[in-house]
Write a protein that binds this ligand. Structure first.
Ligand code: APR
Length: 308
């Protein structure tokens, strides 16, 4: 039997996730949204690209959860995207109500699924999903670090005029203004970028990475990024379904790792068939540790607003 995935929210991020996943051909997809007809229409449209692209995944759209029953993986993208000038943090109360109801429905119909959270503010929404689902922490994972790292890698590759594939990097911390692009560990073909780029250039790229989401919001005017976020979520699905044991920066619920307890924050994790199979602890400098602690404080502030 094929895998079954549910994508909740058939907007920009959700529909693009559904398209990318359908094109992989290794799972059937259920696309859920509250807008009547919209997920059905988009699902049918994606399905009809199958004969051209060459995939035979089934894709259905629905406004309910019956069809989602027995999903292996669910991706939550339902929520309001950021508007210009709006911080991810402003989103918390609106998206909290949406994500809570969605999680309850998903869990009722797919009690064994792995949930990938994409809705913002990411770390707070992941914390909410863990709480509401009652799932073990290996089955609730936030998509943020892959996106932030992809932005960091893109800007570094542009600056160096090399392929993005030559640039390796990590961004840790919360998905927001306190994220930590680890310049010390960023490399181009194995060479530390700090050896090939001036300090000021690295600092400028770090700043642009941190503001990467806002840059796109300002350009789009009516929505936020979705091509790269959906690519990030799908990379996580690949790692899980193909049991790749791939180490990726994701938001994970920490229980003592990095000296942090009881909160979601972006760290490197090993993803495989069981979801998060290991939280990788890399040795941080005192400055990086302080930055991570500041990032955790920012996440905790949002969690306090939600009163969960
Ligand atoms: N159940 C299902 N779908 C819902 C619900 C709900 N309770 N509430 C809202 N939605 C749907 C909306 O109808 C909409 O189609 O979620 C979809 C969100 O899509 P977009 O507005 O296009 O937003 P998108 O760009 O996809 O971003 C979704 O991901 O990256 C984050 O910050 C972003 O939190 C936002 C989320």
């Amino acid at each position: 039997m094929r895998n079954k995935f549910t994508v909740v929210g058939a907007g920009n991020v959700g529909a693009t996730c559904a398209q990318r996943l359908a094109e992989r051909g290794y799972a059937d997809i259920v696309l859920v949204d509250i807008i009547e007809g919209m997920p059905q229409g988009k699902a049918l449209d994606i399905l009809q690209s199958g004969p051209v692209i060459g995939f035979d995944s089934n894709v259905v759209g629905t406004n309910g959860y019956e069809e989602t029953a027995g999903s292996d993986i669910a991706i939550i993208t339902s929520g309001v995207p950021r508007k210009p000038g709006m911080s991810r943090d402003d989103l918390v109360l609106t998206n909290m109500n949406i994500v809570k109801v969605v999680t309850e429905e998903l869990v009722k119909h797919s009690p064994n699924c792995i949930i990938i959270v994409v809705a913002n503010p990411l770390d707070a929404m992941a914390q909410l999903v863990l709480k509401v689902s009652g799932f073990p922490r290996n089955r609730v994972i936030g998509m943020s670090g892959i996106l932030d790292t992809a932005r960091f890698r893109t800007f570094l590759a542009q600056e160096l005029n090399v392929s993005v594939e030559d640039v390796a990097a990590y961004v840790l911390g919360g998905h927001g203004d306190t994220m930590i692009p680890l310049t010390r560990m960023a490399t181009v073909s194995g060479v530390p970028i700090t050896e090939v780029l001036p300090k000021e250039t690295v600092a400028r790229i770090v700043e642009r990475t941190i503001k990467g989401g806002g840059e796109i919001v300002a350009l789009l005017k009516t929505g936020s990024a979705f091509y790269a976020p959906s690519a990030g979520a799908v990379q996580m699905v690949d790692a899980i379904v193909l049991d790749k044991k791939q180490i990726l920066p994701c938001a994970a619920y920490l229980e003592g790792e990095y000296g942090i307890n009881g909160v979601f924050v972006g760290v490197p994790v090993k993803l495989g068939r069981n979801g998060i199979e290991e939280i990788i602890e890399i040795k941080l400098t005192p400055e990086e540790e302080a930055a991570l602690s500041k990032s955790v404080d920012a996440v905790r502030e949002l969690i306090e607003i939600m009163k969960i």
